[in-house]
Ligand binder design. Structure first.
Ligand SMILES: Nc1ncnc2c1ncn2[C@@H]1O[C@H](COP(=O)(O)OP(=O)(O)OP(=O)(O)O)[C@@H](O)[C@H]1O
Ligand SMILES: [Mg+2]
Length: 258
């Protein structure tokens, strides 16, 4: 049998499940999630708190081992790799942006962005880093330190750092969660531009206005994908989310799973 790899698919999960066993009742954070993410698309993941969004991102990005099921990133089966190959895949093929930026305050902007390359033992290409910083709108700020920047600027540094190895997929877990409206808009516009230029972006958000920048919203509830909304408007997303939150509240009140 020949296995053909669909080059238009950036990431896929098959029957991806993750159960946390903490001694008491096991928590089913993901229940058999099947997902296909197109190359160059911008996907938003939404759902009530505790629905499994972060677990899905971490399993998809190889930061966490699922209990069962598989993840494919390009032609690599993430879930079949040993620790060493996985660490390498994470460095070269995956970018991760956190809500809290995670920048080092003592390093300059350019040093923060180059850090992952230096940790690889490679001398960074300074001109390429400067081009990248110009692309995220920080060409004039390369020698500043993070505390001298606005939240939106710091998050754009974090995005540049996630892009330095030219990863196939960039994951962002609530990248605008700590930002004011204007800074959030800057970051979302940048993520949109990156997707339009061919990068694959997967973003968790609680904000319907942020989700409206994406090509498609996936709604998670109780560890399952329960709905998808292509070409979302913030109004449609807000209506769908509000229904999901009501459902989650009712399920909590009655102890019945969704
Ligand atoms: N390390 C862990 N150990 C035990 N349970 C966990 C762990 N991490 C997450 N969970 C549980 O798994 C479920 C899914 O958690 P997850 O963090 O993926 O949700 P989320 O959708 O990202 O929520 P939020 O919107 O609050 O960030 C929750 O019930 C959570 O309490
Ligand atoms: Mg989360």
């Amino acid at each position: 049998m020949t296995i053909t790899i669909d080059k238009t698919v950036a990431l896929s999960t098959t029957a991806l499940s993750c159960t946390y066993d903490t001694g008491g009742t096991p928590i089913h954070a993901l229940r058999s999630v099947d997902l296909t993410i197109r190359r160059g698309s911008f996907t938003a993941i939404m759902g009530p708190s505790g629905s499994g969004k972060t677990t899905l991102m971490h399993c998809a990005a190889g930061l966490q081992k699922p209990t069962s099921g598989s993840v494919h990133l390009g032609d690599s089966e993430v879930t079949a790799l040993d620790e060493k190959s996985l660490a390498r895949l994470r460095r070269v093929a995956i970018g991760f942006v956190f809500q809290s930026f995670n920048l080092l305050p003592a390093l300059t902007v350019i040093e923060n962005v180059e850090l992952p390359v230096r940790l690889e033992g490679i001398r960074p290409d300074r001109a390429a880093t400067e081009r990248l910083l110009a692309r995220v709108g920080l060409g004039e700020r390369t020698s500043h330190r993070p505390p001298q920047l606005s939240g939106g600027q710091q998050q754009r540094v974090a995005i540049a750092r996630a892009l330095i190895a030219e990863p196939a997929v960039v994951f962002a877990d609530e990248p605008t969660g700590a930002l004011d409206l204007r800074s959030a808009r800057e970051v979302l516009t940048l993520l949109r531009e990156l997707a339009d230029a061919g990068q694959t972006i997967i973003m968790v958000t609680h904000d319907p206005a942020a989700a409206a920048y994406s090509d498609e919203v996936l709604f998670l509830a109780d560890g399952r994908i329960v709905d998808r909304l292509p070409d979302p408007t913030s109004r449609d997303v807000a209506v769908r989310m509000s229904a999901l939150l009501d459902q989650a509240e009712r399920a909590n009140a009655t102890g019945v799973a969704l």
